[in-house]
Each structure stands twice: as structure tokens, then as C-alpha cells.
Design a protein around this ligand. Sequence first.
Ligand code: NAI
Length: 287
Amino acid sequence: MGRYVVTGSASGMGAAVAEALRTAGHTVIGIDRDTADVTADLSTEEGRRAAIDAILEKSGGELAGAVFAAGLGPARDRERVIVEVNMAGVTDLLEALRPALAASEKAKVVVFGSNSTTATPFVPARAVRALLRGDRERATAILRRRGPMLSGPAAYAASKIAVTRWCRVHGTAPEWAGEGIRINVIAPGPVMTPLLKSQLDGPSAKNVRSFPVPVREYGTPDQLAQWVMLMLSPAADFMCGTVVTVDGGTEALLRGRDWPRAVPLHTVPRVLWQMYRAPKKGQVAQY
Ligand code: NAI
């Protein structure tokens, strides 16, 4: 039985994952703003530092895995706090917990992204790049220029695109995959949690309700928790840098013609460079 960190453990999908892990006999270190093993505000640097210190103390220096479910949905005038929680609330913690994860033989990390990453229009690419550089102030300024109607959804999607890309780029590097840590992302569509309920009751309810879901129902926290449990299990030993979309078909409906897609010409040099450099750096086993 292992020791797992779950952020956002007090509500919705994080709570469902924490319960599933505890039911399976694992130890959970739950992090949330309240009603958690560790109460911390992941929107501030001090809060993230406090969470990291408490986790390291409780973990005894070894973690079997971590699930990052804490997150804020799209909301007007909340751009800065959205990017703080959804991006830095994952990456700051992951960087600090890396040695504890590497201490396990095959640690698993699951990060909650969103199918908004592929379904939201008008997300400024410059904001995503700023987030990946760690410049959240600049990202927020760019996002606010989208105006009051679009800046909330754009901030949400930008934060989820950036965190997903971070997981795919860093997760496959020697310090992570090379140390046995498997980082994967789950991208839900609308799942009936307090986050979705607040959107259905809020000013953008009409837009949320008109979001097309081909299977004609919302997901449940338990369904998503089962996918996460699989992504934490030995079945995921051979899974790394993958985005698992569980969204009732929305992403395929909206973007089904966009991928899979052949490697575009301008990325061929990078792909070839990665391909031939990898074995030399010991990223893949030699047989
Ligand atoms: P939820 O609102 O039920 O739970 C999120 C948890 O994060 C709450 O317990 C909240 O207190 C915690 N949290 C928020 N800000 C925090 C902070 N500053 N410090 C510490 N904890 C904080 O949300 P839900 O729906 O379970 O979402 C889980 C994840 O899934 C989120 O990252 C969300 O963006 C993502 N997601 C949710 C979808 C949905 O339809 N429910 C769709 C796609 C992605």
C-alpha cells in the first residue's frame, strides 16, 4: 500500500479519488483550503510552500503518487488566481515533491487538465507561453485584454493548456520519466461537481448548457475517479505524457478532423533531433 497526495481532496473529483484510494487501503495526504489533512491556499506562494512542507513531513520522504485535482473554473475578474492555482498549484508542488516521487520505484502522477484545452476559442498563445516561463503576471495582463466576456474562459483554458504541456514536456525528460515517475493528464468534459454546478447556476449558464456532449449526459466524479485509479495502477507503468480525454465525445465532435495529423514540416527538425538524441542521453532503454 502506498502514500498518495491528492490536492482538491475536499470536493468533487479530488474527493472521489481520495475516497477510492483510501478504500483500496492506501494512505492519502489530502490538500485543500479546508476540510483536508493539510489545509493550504494553493493560490499563493506561501500557501504552496506550507503545503509542500507539510506533505514532505507526512510522506516520510517517499510518495507512491500524486493527483492534482485542485482547480478553479472560468470566472470573470479571477484570471490571476485561476492561473496561480491551476498552473503553479501543480508545477511548484511537483518540482518540490520530485525527490519523494523518485524514491518510489514507479511513482504515478495524474494531473487534472480539461477538454477546454482543445475546445476553447480565442486563447492567447502568448499567455500560454508566459505561463510556461513562470511569468503569471504577464500572462494575466495578456488574458485581461481579452475583455470581460472572454478573459475568464481564456484564463481557464490557458492555464490548463500550459499545465498539460508542462506535464508532457517535463514528464518525458530524464529527471521525471528517467527517474521512474510517470506523469499523465486526465482531461474531463463536464462532470457534475460543485464546480460545474456553480457554472450552471452562474451568469454563463446558457453557454455551459449549450456545450455539446454527444453522449447526452454529464460525467460523474466516481467515473473520473475510476479512470484516475487506473492511471495510478501498474496498468499505467507504460503510460507517460498521455492526455486521457473523458468527455462524452465533445473533443472528438469539435476537433475530430484536426488530429491525428502527420508531423508538420516545421516540426520535423525538432522531432528528428529528439529521436536521435534520446538514446544517447539514456532516455530509453537499450536492447
Ligand atoms: P471542485 O470545485 O468540486 O473541487 C476543486 C477543489 O479544489 C475544491 O475542493 C477547492 O476547495 C479546491 N481548491 C480550489 N482553489 C484552491 C486553493 N486556492 N487552494 C487549495 N485548494 C483549492 O471541482 P472539480 O469539478 O472536482 O474539479 C477538479 C479538477 O477537474 C479541477 O482542476 C477542474 O479544473 C477540473 N475539471 C473539472 C471539470 C468539471 O466539469 N467539473 C471539467 C474539466 C476539468
